[in-house]
Write a protein that binds this ligand. Structure first.
Ligand SMILES: *Cc1c(COP(=O)(O)O)cnc(C)c1O
Length: 421
C-alpha cells in the first residue's frame, strides 16, 4: 500500500507544476504559422513579457532551455577573447561560466561558495583591479537553483556605478522570474535570461532574453554571433517568421499566452512575488523548526539571502536521498535532488535535496509538502526538531488577526494583515 495515489506534486525546481489551464491551451491542432490566430496572438506576448521582467527594452524568444539562453547571450555580446566576470553562488553560475569559456570568452570566476550570496566588496576589488576595463560584462544568477542563494542585484549594480566601471550587468533569472522580486530597468540590469519551465509555468522549450539599448549597442559586431542566435533579428523583427529564426514553437506560445494571463493580468506580478515570499517563509519556518534537533539544515543560513522559489536543504547522508524516495513513493511528493553541492556519486551527495515552491503553487501545496516531509522523517526515524509544522502554519497565517472583541474603531488594524515582500 502506498499513499502516493492521487494528484502528484512535482516539487523539483524545474520543470515546475504546469497549470491545467496552460496544458489545455496547448491542446489544439497545429496552427498555421503564416497567418491567422497564432501570429495575431504572438503580438500580444511582447508587452506582457516586458512587464514580467519590468523592462521597456527588448526581448528575444528562442526554442531552447536555459542553457540555450546562456549561449544566446554569450553569442550576442562577445567576441572571442573578450572578458567576462562571473559571480558564482552555486552550480548554475559555474555552468554559465563554463559555457562562456567553451565559446572562447575569457572568464574570471569569483566563487562565493554554495552557502550565500556574492559579496559586493569582493566584486568591487575585482573590478577595481580591472583598470583598463577589459571586463565587458559581469554575469550572475539572481537565484542559484542548486544552492538556493539569492543575490542582491542592486548591490552589485552599485559597485559598478561607484567605480564608474562600464561593464554590462547580466542576470540569469531562470529560477527567479515571476517568483522573486526583479526589476530589470530600475535595477540597471542590461541583460536578463529566463526559461519557460520555472516561474513562468510552461513546459521546457522556450528561452527568453531581455536586453537594454546599451547591451544592443555593446553587442554589435560581436564575432561569436551567428544567424540563429542573433537577438536583433528576433527582437526587432519585421515579419512573424523572424521572431523565431524559423518555425515558431507553436503550442508553447499558446501555453505562454495562458500563463501570462494568469501571472500578469489576473494575479499581478507583485502579488505573485508576495505569494512566493509568504510561501517561502513557511518553508523556512518549518526548516528552522526541524533544525532545532538532529542534522537537518537549510542550506542558506541568512534569510535575506534565501530564494523565494526554491529551498536547498540537507540531512546526514544518506538520509536526504532516503527522505526524497519516501516522499515520492509513499506520498506522491517529488523533491529535487541535491545539485552541485557535493561530487555526484559520493556519500555527501545523498545528504542534499531541494523543495521547489515556484510558479503554480499555493498554501495547501506547500503545507502539504512540508507535512509529508515531516511524516517521512518520522517514518524513517530521522531525528528532527518539534513544532516545525505549527511554525509553518503560523508563517502562512501572517500577523494575528485582531481579537473578535476589538471595538469597531480598531478595525483598520486588519489592513496590516497580508503578505509583505
Ligand atoms: C534551471 C536553471 C538553468 C538551466 O536551465 P535549463 O533549462 O535546465 O537549461 C540555469 N540557470 C538557473 C538559475 C536555473 O535555475
Amino acid at each position: 500500500m502506498s499513499l502516493a495515489h492521487g494528484r502528484p506534486y512535482l516539487a523539483i525546481p524545474g520543470p515546475s507544476v504546469v497549470p491545467d489551464r496552460v496544458l489545455a491551451a496547448m491542446h489544439r491542432p497545429a496552427p498555421n504559422i503564416y497567418e491567422g490566430k497564432l501570429p495575431d496572438m504572438v503580438e500580444t506576448l511582447w508587452p506582457d513579457l516586458k512587464a514580467v521582467a519590468r523592462t521597456r527594452h527588448h526581448v528575444a524568444l528562442y526554442i531552447a532551455n536555459g542553457h540555450g539562453g546562456w549561449e544566446a547571450v554569450n553569442a550576442n555580446l562577445f567576441s572571442r577573447g573578450d572578458k567576462a566576470l562571473v559571480l558564482a553562488t552555486g552550480r548554475f553560475g559555474i555552468g554559465w561560466a563554463e559555457s562562456m569559456h567553451a565559446m572562447g570568452i575569457e572568464v574570471e570566476v569569483l566563487d562565493f561558495g554554495r552557502a550565500g550570496p556574492a559579496d559586493p566588496d569582493r566584486v568591487a576589488a575585482a573590478l577595481a583591479a580591472d583598470r583598463d576595463h577589459r571586463i565587458k560584462a559581469v554575469a550572475l544568477t539572481h537565484v542559484d537553483t542548486a544552492s538556493s542563494a539569492r543575490n542582491d542585484i542592486p548591490a552589485i549594480r552599485r559597485v559598478l556605478d561607484d567605480l564608474n566601471h562600464p561593464a554590462l550587468l547580466l542576470a540569469d533569472c531562470i529560477a527567479s522570474l515571476g517568483c522573486d522580486e526583479f526589476r530589470m530597468d530600475d535595477w540597471g540590469v542590461d541583460v536578463t535570461i529566463a526559461a519557460s519551465q520555472k516561474g513562468l509555468m510552461v513546459p521546457p522549450g522556450l528561452a527568453f532574453v531581455w536586453f537594454s539599448d546599451r547591451a544592443l549597442a555593446a553587442g554589435r559586431g560581436a564575432d561569436l554571433r551567428t544567424p540563429y542566435w542573433d537577438w536583433e533579428k528576433r527582437a526587432l523583427a519585421e515579419a512573424f517568421y523572424q521572431y523565431f529564426g524559423g518555425t515558431a514553437p507553436t503550442h508553447h506560445l499558446f501555453g505562454l499566452r495562458e500563463s501570462l494571463d494568469m501571472l500578469v493580468h489576473e494575479e499581478g506580478i507583485e502579488a505573485a512575488w508576495s505569494r512566493h515570499a509568504r510561501l517561502a517563509r513557511a518553508v523556512w519556518a518549518a526548516g528552522e523548526g526541524w533544525a532545532r534537533q538532529g542534522a537537518f539544515r537549510l542550506n542558506i543560513a541568512d534569510p535575506a539571502a534565501r530564494a523565494h522559489a526554491v529551498t536547498a536543504m540537507r540531512l546526514n547522508s544518506p538520509d536526504g536521498t532516503r527522505l526524497r524516495r519516501w516522499c515520492e513513493h509513499e506520498a506522491g511528493l517529488t523533491l529535487g535532488i541535491g545539485l552541485g553541492m557535493a561530487e555526484p556519486g559520493t556519500p555527501e551527495a545523498d545528504a542534499y535535496f531541494r523543495l521547489a515552491h515556484m510558479g503554480h503553487v499555493n498554501a495547501h501545496m506547500v503545507l502539504g509538502a512540508l507535512s509529508v516531509m515531516q511524516a517521512g522523517m518520522e517514518a524513517l526515524g530521522i531525528e528532527h526538531g518539534a513544532g516545525a509544522l505549527a511554525a509553518a502554519t503560523r508563517a502562512l497565517a501572517g500577523d494575528p488577526a485582531p481579537a473578535r472583541v476589538a471595538p469597531a474603531r480598531e478595525a483598520p488594524v486588519r489592513e496590516r494583515v497580508g503578505p509583505s515582500v
